[in-house]
Write a protein that binds this ligand. Sequence first.
Ligand SMILES: *Cc1c(COP(=O)(O)O)cnc(C)c1O
Length: 492
Amino acid sequence: MSKLIFEESISGGCGAERRPDGSRDGCILPKSDIPGKDFSQLIPSKYLRVKDAELPQVNEITIVRHYTNLSKRNVGVDDSFYPLGSCTMKYNPKINESIAAMDGFAKMHPYQDTQASQGMLQLMFELGEYLKEISGMSGITLQPAAGAHGEFTGIKLIRAYLKDKGNPRKYILIPDSAHGTNPASVAFCGYSPIEIKSNDKGNVDLADLKSKLTPDVAAMMLTIPNTLGLFDNQIKEIAELLHRNGSFLYMDGANLNALMGIMKPADAGVDVLHINLHKTFATPHGGGGPGAGPVACNAKLAPYLPLPVIKKEKDGFSMDYNLPKSIGRVRAFYGNIAVLVKAYVYIRILGGTGIKRVSEIAVLNANYIMAHLKKYYPTAYERACMHECVLTGETHYKKYGIRTLDIAKRLLDYGFHPPTIYFPLIVHEALMIEPTETESKQTLDRFIEVMIKISEEAENNPEVVKSAPHVCSVKRLDEVAAARNLILRWKK
Ligand SMILES: *Cc1c(COP(=O)(O)O)cnc(C)c1O
């Protein structure tokens, strides 16, 4: 009996050392049931190996332990508070995953006939309608695969329109607080960025804007709320200035988490915006995606949208390829479909009131943190924030030789993912905290308590902060050396 169990455990790949030389197998393959020659007879002898390849030899349990231990070293929204400003690391409801994994969605093929894809087309059409309702726009594409890709698509629409009218123009205005993707997208579309200063309230400096608004300006890219977490209440005036100049107002809508159900960008004069589904609409992201950056636009720009546009007809849904002015495709097929399904589920479950509530709580949570922490980490601008707050570590801790980086590293010791640091660039030693609406008051209180504790440590025991983290599997890295001396190949 015991011999039998032993043999079964071997054939289950459970980790016994099987070969006389001590090597191990991680899998057991069935014997071939096709009679015939073996490989050594089928392959000419000059191609056959003389020596076995030196492949790593690990059995199943070693592999299981390896990956399980690696996963424990990771940090994510499912195991800790993740207040990474500008990134909107909110909880991703698990029901989104279950529905996106349903066979009808997960096993669809992009070449499937429209008649056999009516459910998916309906979902995409309705998602587009919801996003149009939230933004107030009249046209939409779901194709772009990320926020930056949405920016590229939106600026392409502007360029196509202006070119059509005879002159694509040369410049796009971008505030100094903008996300780095803005100038990059502009350059990709053949424009040059011109920087606009922020004023002492953290808004656009209108005088600077006016002085740079020449007939060669195609558009301005404005992040609302901006990356300081502030709502620029001059937005209508900015839109009017641009429109009078024949220029467009592009809104970087990655921060829509603050505005849903409260303000429609179209009402403020925005002509086109991208929306980050992977931020605002709770689809998982980080480590490079997958994401989705739908672009919504007004009627003027709609004829230039990427192909195909999904339409609702009397007898079902269709894909319209007949758009002579379209900028063409921006991505293979129809976008990151699974992300679209998850965002759709999120909107359907919350409904109109729930979506508005998301923004209200996101803004409340950020202000709660700011109000409790500004005594210890001052704000750059004395005013209410939107869905995130930007604080600085410079005022109080520079004198102890402590940098924001040290504070961020010390947070790891207390089990929190650090906020975004050193961004936006115009705030020295910036800490950009975005709690999101999915965090409880208890979590926010614990975070506030820890931030205050770190401020006391910075004053009384600066060394413990400077040498943090102490409990992580990886300690302080020399980031400069790591970037300068790339070791890309493992040597024995
Ligand atoms: C995240 C973000 C982007 C870029 O979005 P990706 O999906 O990462 O390409 C652009 N602008 C702002 C303000 C953002 O927060």
